[in-house]
Design a binder for this molecule. Sequence first.
Ligand SMILES: [Zn+2]
Ligand SMILES: [Zn+2]
Ligand SMILES: [Zn+2]
Length: 121
Amino acid sequence: MLRKHPYAVAVCDSCGTTASDAAGVIVHFFDEGDALEAVTSEGGPDGAGAWEVLPTLELYCSACHPRLICAYVGHRWGEEHQCMCVDGYLSGGCGERAKVCRRCREVRTTHQHDQYDGGTR
Ligand SMILES: [Zn+2]
Ligand SMILES: [Zn+2]
Ligand SMILES: [Zn+2]
């Protein structure tokens, strides 16, 4: 017989992304438990990384979870290197420095318009 079953989808509470598979197709789960298990499994729903579920049952996708950690404990900056921005690329180097967060991949440069804290975090 055919039975209509309400399905569950997993939505990131931070960016609103709906869990999809590697091909970008939104995944429909049998129920909430099934959804949680699938998105928090290694690799996550699309192979890009596991989602995180908070004690409050908020869900964070693999892109937002590192940013959430950084928001709480600060970025984990990598080594400073030469800025590789478009300006610098066109003029053969802008002379500014840049650093990338090892956790969330956020980039901070010494450009005036960019907020550069200069700290070690
Ligand atoms: Zn997200
Ligand atoms: Zn970060
Ligand atoms: Zn630059």
